[in-house]
Design a protein around this ligand. Structure first.
Ligand SMILES: Cc1cc2nc3c(=O)[nH]c(=O)nc-3n(C[C@H](O)[C@H](O)[C@H](O)COP(=O)(O)OP(=O)(O)OC[C@H]3O[C@@H](n4cnc5c(N)ncnc54)[C@H](O)[C@@H]3O)c2cc1C
Length: 408
C-alpha cells in the first residue's frame, strides 16, 4: 500500500490585510465607470500623476495594464522635460515608469514601502520551487506587452485554458447562462449593483434554476472580483481579461520584475506619507526622510490611496477624489501547496464546488514548473472569513482539504 500523501510545503497570501495593497485588484463600484479610471490617471498639474493598474480604462487589474500606465506616466514626465522624478511604489507600474525614464537619461528614485519589489506580483519559494502569491498569468497574451518581454528573455510560459476547467464535485454550467447574465448586466441601470440585477433575475429565473444562477455568479463574478455584489457595478464590475490565451511563467513573475528593476534606484522600506507640490518641484516625505524632485509618479493601489496613506498638498483635485470613492478592490487569496505525489487527475485547471453550495475555489496544476506535484488555489467570497484565519499552516491545511475532499 502506498504511504499517505505528504504536504512538502505551502504558502498563503494575505492581500486583504496587507497595508500596502488592502485588496487584490481594482474594481468599479456601482456609481462608477471606466471614466473614473481615466480621471484617476489624469495628470495633476504638471508635476504629479497617479499611475498603476487602476488607471487603465480597458486593462485594469492586470500587470500589463499597470505596465502600460507606468510607461504612459514616464512619457508624460519626459515630455515635460523633468530631469528628476520620484516614483512611489516598485510594482509593475512604478518599475515600468522608472525603467523608461532611466533609459531616457532621467534621474529616478523609487520609494517602496515594503522590503521587496514587485508589489502585487509576489514571488515566494516553496519547497525548492519559485511561485507567485500575487499575479500568476500573463493575460490577453497576444496583445500583452509583458509577454513580449518574457519571450525576449526566453522565459518558459505555460498555457492555461480557463474556458475548460475540470469541474470537481459539481456540475458544468448550462450553455447560454453566461450570455444571458452578460446581457442583463449590460442593460442594467447605470448605477445598479450586480446584486440588483441578480435579485430581479431570481424573481423570474426560467429557463435556468435559481441554484444554477447562484452557482454561476459565485464561480464567475465572485471568484473574479472577491467584492460584495451589492457594491460591484452591474455594467462595469465584470471586466474582461481572463481566458484570452493566458500563460503562467515557470519560475514566476519575479523573473520579469528583476529584469525591469535592473539598475534602478529603489529604496526599500521607504513608505511615502506626504506629497507637497511647489511651483518648482515636489517634496516627498516619509518615515525615512524627504526626497525632492521635479515631478512625482504615484503608483500606490486604490484602497491605499483612498485610505489616505499618502496626504497630498494641495489636496487631490475633486475628479481624483471622486474616482477614488467610486473605485475599490475585492479580495482574492491564493495558496500554494507542494506534495510528494500527485493525487488528482491531470488536466491543468480545476474548479471545485464545495464544501457547501456557494463555496467555489479554482486551482492551477503548477507541477510543470519543476516536476514536483504543485497546486495553486484561488479563493474568494464570504467563506474567506472562516477559511483564511489562523496561521498560514492552518489556512493551507484547510485549503488542501477542500481540494482533497473534491478529488475524493
Ligand atoms: C492574488 C492576485 C492574483 C492576481 N492575478 C493576476 C494575474 O494572473 N494576471 C495579472 O495580469 N494580474 C493579476 N493580478 C493583478 C496584478 O498583480 C496587479 O494588477 C498589478 O501587479 C498591479 O501593479 P501596480 O504597479 O499597479 O500596483 P502594485 O503592484 O500594488 O504596486 C504598488 C507598489 O506601491 C507600494 N506602495 C503602496 N503604498 C506606498 C507608499 N505609501 N509608499 C511607498 N510605496 C507604496 C506597494 O508596496 C507596491 O509595491 C493579481 C493580483 C492578486 C493580488
Amino acid at each position: 500500500m502506498s504511504h499517505p500523501v505528504q504536504l512538502l510545503g505551502s504558502a498563503v497570501s494575505r492581500w486583504g490585510a496587507d497595508p500596502w495593497a488592502l485588496g487584490s485588484w481594482s474594481l468599479i463600484g456601482r456609481h462608477g465607470g471606466p471614466r473614473d479610471r481615466v480621471a484617476l490617471g489624469t495628470p495633476i498639474g504638471g508635476r504629479v500623476r497617479i499611475a498603476g493598474e487602476a488607471t487603465h480604462a480597458t486593462r485594469a487589474g492586470m500587470t500589463h495594464g499597470a505596465y502600460e500606465q507606468g510607461l504612459a506616466a514616464a512619457a508624460w514626465a519626459a515630455d515635460r522635460g523633468h530631469a528628476r522624478v520620484a516614483v512611489v511604489g516598485a510594482g509593475m507600474a512604478g518599475l515600468a515608469a522608472a525603467r523608461a525614464l532611466t533609459d531616457g537619461g532621467v534621474e529616478v528614485t523609487i520609494w517602496e514601502a515594503r522590503d521587496r519589489i514587485g508589489g502585487r506580483t509576489a514571488g515566494v519559494d516553496v519547497a525548492g520551487g519559485a511561485f507567485d502569491l500575487g499575479a500568476n498569468w500573463l493575460q490577453q497574451y497576444d496583445e500583452n506587452v509583458l509577454a513580449r518581454i518574457a519571450e525576449d528573455l526566453g522565459l518558459t510560459m505555460i498555457v492555461t485554458d480557463f474556458n475548460d476547467p475540470l469541474v470537481l464535485r459539481g456540475e458544468p454550467f448550462p450553455d447560454g447562462l453566461e450570455d444571458d447574465l452578460r446581457r442583463r448586466l449590460a442593460s442594467a441601470a447605470p448605477d445598479a449593483g450586480i446584486a440588483d440585477v441578480l435579485d430581479a433575475w431570481l424573481r423570474d429565473p426560467a429557463p435556468w434554476t435559481a441554484a444554477e444562477i447562484h452557482r454561476f455568479v459565485a464561480a464567475e463574478i465572485v471568484m473574479d472580483a472577491g467584492a460584495p455584489l451589492s457594491w460591484l457595478s452591474a455594467r462595469h464590475g465584470f471586466e474582461p481579461g481572463v481566458g484570452e490565451g493566458d500563460r503562467w511563467i515557470a519560475g514566476g513573475y519575479r523573473l520579469l520584475v528583476r529584469h525591469l528593476a535592473t539598475g534602478i534606484d529603489v529604496r526599500l522600506r521607504h513608505p511615502a506619507r506626504h506629497l507637497l507640490t511647489l511651483p518648482d518641484g515636489v517634496v516627498l516625505t516619509g518615515d525615512a526622510g524627504t526626497l525632492r524632485a521635479d515631478a512625482a509618479i504615484v503608483t500606490a493601489p486604490v484602497p491605499v490611496l483612498a485610505a489616505g496613506a499618502i496626504t497630498f498638498d494641495p489636496p487631490l483635485p475633486e475628479p481624483h477624489r471622486t474616482a477614488l470613492s467610486r473605485l475599490g478592490a475585492g479580495r482574492v487569496e491564493k495558496v500554494i501547496l507542494r506534495f510528494d505525489r500527485r493525487f488528482w487527475p491531470e488536466h491543468g485547471y480545476y474548479r471545485v464546488h464545495g464544501p457547501s453550495e456557494l463555496c467555489i475555489s479554482e486551482w492551477l496544476d503548477a507541477s510543470a514548473a519543476d516536476g514536483v506535484p504543485t497546486l495553486v488555489g484561488l479563493f474568494a467570497g464570504p467563506w474567506l472569513d472562516d477559511l483564511w484565519t489562523g496561521t498560514d499552516r492552518e489556512v493551507a491545511a484547510r485549503a488542501a482539504e477542500v481540494f482533497r475532499a473534491a478529488v475524493g
